[in-house]
Design a protein around this ligand. Sequence first.
Ligand SMILES: *Cc1c(COP(=O)(O)O)cnc(C)c1O
Length: 487
Amino acid sequence: MKFQSTRGQAAIVDGADALINGLAPDGGLYVPLVFPTIDFDWEKLQDENYLQIGQLILSTFFDEFSNNEITDFLKSAYRDFDDSKIVEIHQLDDKRNLLELFHGPTLAFKDMALSLLPYLLTAAVKKNGSSKTMVILTATSGDTGGAALKGFNDVPQTKIVVYYPSVGVSKLQRQQMTTADGKNTHVVAVTGNFDDAQKAVKNLLTDHRLAQKMSAASLGFSSANSINIGRLVPQIIYYVYAYAQLVKNNRLSAGEKLDISVPTGNFGDILAAYWAKKLGVPIGKLTVASNANHVLTDFFATGIYDADRSFQVTSSPAMDILVSSNLERLLFDIAGPKAVAAWMKDLTDKRRYQLDDFSLSRLQDSFNAAFADSKTTAQTIQETFQQNNYLLDPHTAVAVSVNKDFPSNRQQLIVATASPFKFAETVLKALGKESDNDPQMNLNLISDLSGQRVPLAISGLFDKKIIHTKKLAIKDLLTDLNEALGI
Ligand SMILES: *Cc1c(COP(=O)(O)O)cnc(C)c1O
């Protein structure tokens, strides 16, 4: 299996190099040179567990690894999940199914891929016979940082550098990042928002002078952001698994179409659903759910991507994004590398680009898009708790809310991307409850309300020692990184 850049100006590489590079040298993202398809046998797959389905998907995309290697990666990656099934499907009512992806070590769906990525990446480095230390440079809106720090904690031959925005992250997200105690971790709060941090990181990743200095010190960059193909492929697994489970539970008959709604920020999770559809999973419409930063809603309505607008800090911080990186992979699929390169140049130069009508109509064939503001999101949390006795986190609530805007006769899969425990203060407020100054107390309150125990992964988190206290401006990141790497 080979990979090409969405901008068409970089060499075609194998999976190992795509994993190691993260971003292609022309600034594009890696996509398969020939997109694979699988003839899914749902009768068989409904009895397979998550790891078995993982085996099928990973071996399709990363054929340079042996079956035994892939089995080992999967077993090790999901060993610490709180649930033996790894993901759960919760039936909200007769049509809506929530795909719970928050049973990993940091209680958000980022764990699904970031638990696996270190194994893929270190194996890729070995395969290429490189003795380099990989520097995993990560911009986070809150969840990627925690999950990457867990995944790469003390993994040999890696250093993990996390830049998170100083405003917007939840107390629990901050605590998860600032207490990361691996010897290979470096965590810094950055003044500005996620987009600023993401742009700064992209600039560092493509800084030639920095690359030379690193190379001389036997260091190489990679990325744990969803620009890395190693983030996306593991996310396909749960869509295939979910479809198989819905067949098993008689919610679907094999071949029947399933609609999917995804709370969306960087467009990684929903792109994985689109790729699952391309692979051959019977998926109907995909619904892009956004919060008050509704660049994507406007884009799918008008074909104009306009990032030149004010950034809103919302109750769903992991979706507070104005430039959705993975959209580029979708655009490549409908219009090819020339068009993508031109649009991305416009985005850099003018903060906007515009699709032609044909490309826009192709997007609209596959996708719905709408948004919910923080008020509607809070109402959805309250309503769903009252009517369905289920506590949603604010990100999932955005998707539940937006899903209602698109009535359909099909079964609905709504992706539940975070645990309500992770955003306890927001959830309590939505329910009209006072939250406590002590974040641990708020976890206990959520536990009482939901009837679920506080997840083991975060018990004791607020007693942990804070290790990372640095706060810097964007312009100081290059110096900071040089220092952190000792170059
Ligand atoms: C990252 C994240 C999202 C957005 O996912 P993308 O792949 O960036 O679109 C939604 N919800 C939660 C809880 C997240 O952590």
